[in-house]
Write a protein that binds this ligand. Structure first.
Ligand SMILES: NC(=O)c1ccc[n+]([C@@H]2O[C@H](COP(=O)([O-])OP(=O)(O)OC[C@H]3O[C@@H](n4cnc5c(N)ncnc54)[C@H](O)[C@@H]3O)[C@@H](O)[C@H]2O)c1
Ligand SMILES: [Zn+2]
Length: 354
């Protein structure tokens, strides 16, 4: 098992290993005094993993309650969030009690935000069960839900007290859900670590030991970036490589193209355009494309540059007349490039054509 220490506004550990769920109670008892734990999970994950978690928590003497919502991004909204808060209140949770998020990024984001805001903040534990949640959303403290107007438009920075990552839970993920996590792992390699990038391109990420190793590697990278820039005013923006165009693709598809698949295409478009437009001297696109093809990502983008730019520029989180793009200089090193919003469509058009 790997222990990774995160030093943010709250210090905590990320534990990564196999068969950890059965010992979850013990690990949680190390960071929380005896209390009531409110487990928040979705209906798919509840069926798969709630039972062993409950058994382990009860063994350590924790009092339990559980809120289950319908799986999927559509549940990540203010209505479900408010139902969770009402449930927590009906269970008389106090400031010394805690939330346990058992599930993917949707669960972690929403349960984290409930923990951040209920009674102005109570502790929470992340137990990510998707590769994406393990390598990305469960570390770094970004929590929140979607508004009708857009994704993640309301939320809070709220660090967990512990992240417990049992890689055995990834065994029940579909290939497509695994791909959602792998593209984020490729992203970490591309932005700061060429060794990781090559490793993912060459090794079989589906083998148990490799998966655990890669998860730990990604968490270490994310923790370093987050420790330096917790509130995303500078370096943390590098984590958005592939995301400006990726988010636009997700939105254009009405979320039928998943985040990870959209980011895969977004990274390729950004790398191609960066080279063609002379921002980057080296062409990183072929290596990125080769790695994505190895995992059989569908790389065709069904939208035009005009459609994508319009959606990207509508992003409510964008400020002013410029947009910050994340571009690769070489594999393993990216930089932030401010670009006029009027140039975004041309940039995407260059990235779309081979
Ligand atoms: N907070 C952050 O920093 C951050 C970073 C990246 C993504 N996110 C958010 O994460 C979300 C996407 O995460 P996700 O893909 O994990 O979504 P998710 O939580 O919806 O999980 C995807 C699907 O997998 C199912 N599932 C979860 N674990 C499973 C398992 N072990 N076996 C079988 N099925 C399982 C879920 O029921 C769901 O249907 C988005 O809402 C995104 O905005 C947040
Ligand atoms: Zn992402």
């Amino acid at each position: 098992m790997k222990h990774i220490q995160i030093n943010a506004s709250r210090n905590y550990e990320v534990l990564i290993g196999r068969n950890l769920l059965k010992d979850a109670g013990k690990w949680i008892a190390n960071v929380l005094k005896p209390c009531k734990l409110c487990i928040i999970t979705d209906d798919t994950v509840a069926k798969l993993y709630a039972e062993p978690l409950h058994a382990s928590l009860k063994e350590e003497g924790f009092e339990l309650c559980q809120y289950v919502f319908a799986h999927g991004e559509l549940s990540k909204n203010v209505t479900t969030y408010s139902q969770i808060l009402e449930y927590m209140a009906s269970e008389n949770l106090t400031r010394t009690d805690a939330v346990v998020a058992l599930g993917g990024g949707v669960t972690g984001d929403m349960a984290g935000f409930a923990a951040a805001s209920y009674l102005r903040g109570i502790p929470f534990i992340q137990i990510p069960t998707t590769l994406l949640a393990a390598v990305d959303s469960s570390v770094g403290g970004k929590t929140g839900v979607n508004l009708e107007s857009g994704k993640n438009l309301v939320g809070a920075f709220w660090q967990p007290s512990l992240v417990l990552c049992d890689c055995d839970t990834f065994k029940s993920l579909s290939y497509d859900l695994m791909l959602d996590g792998i593209s984020e792992a490729i992203k970490y390699g591309a932005i700061v670590d060429s060794v990781l990038f090559d490793f993912i391109a060459q090794e079989d990420i589906f083998s148990d030991s490799v998966l655990e190793q890669i998860t730990a590697h990604c968490v270490r990278i994310k923790s370093e970036v987050v420790e330096e820039d917790e509130k995303e005013t500078g370096r943390r923006q590098l984590l958005n490589f592939g995301h400006t165009v990726g988010h636009a693709i997700e939105k254009c598809s009405h979320y039928t193209i998943s985040h990870g698949h959209a980011v895969a295409i977004g990274m390729l478009i950004a790398a191609r355009a960066a080279f063609k437009l002379g921002y980057s001297k080296e062409n990183c696109a072929p290596a990125i494309e080769e790695s994505l093809k190895k995992y059989r990502y569908p790389l065709h983008c069904p939208y035009t540059a005009k459609e994508l730019a319009a959606v990207a520029l509508n992003d409510k989180k964008r400020s002013g007349q410029e947009i910050t793009l994340v571009l690769p200089s070489v594999i393993g090193e990216c930089y932030l490039q401010k670009t006029k919003i009027s140039e975004l469509e041309h940039f995407i058009a260059q990235g779309l054509s081979e």
